[in-house]
Design a binder for this molecule. Structure first.
Ligand SMILES: [Zn+2]
Length: 72
């Protein structure tokens, strides 16, 4: 029976809890408010349509920003 031994090695192991890095919610660079998706501008739609960029707006400071969609 190795159940007792397995338990001891399990306790001795240092379990590293990974921090949640793939957070979906984007934050505004100016006021750290949550960003909302809006339609991309005509220029981006026409000339940068091949890029996985998304247009966001922060309603707290009305700052607009383009962000790359890293999943794509
Ligand atoms: Zn903001």
């Amino acid at each position: 029976m190795t159940a007792d031994l397995d338990t001891k090695t399990g306790i001795n192991k240092i379990v590293q809890i990974k921090p949640v890095t793939n957070q979906q919610e984007l934050r505004c660079r100016g006021c750290a408010g949550s960003l909302s998706r809006i339609k991309r501008g005509l220029f981006v739609r026409t000339f940068l349509s091949w890029l996985p960029v998304k247009h966001y707006v922060c309603y707290r400071c009305s700052r607009k920003t383009y962000r790359l969609d890293r999943k794509a």
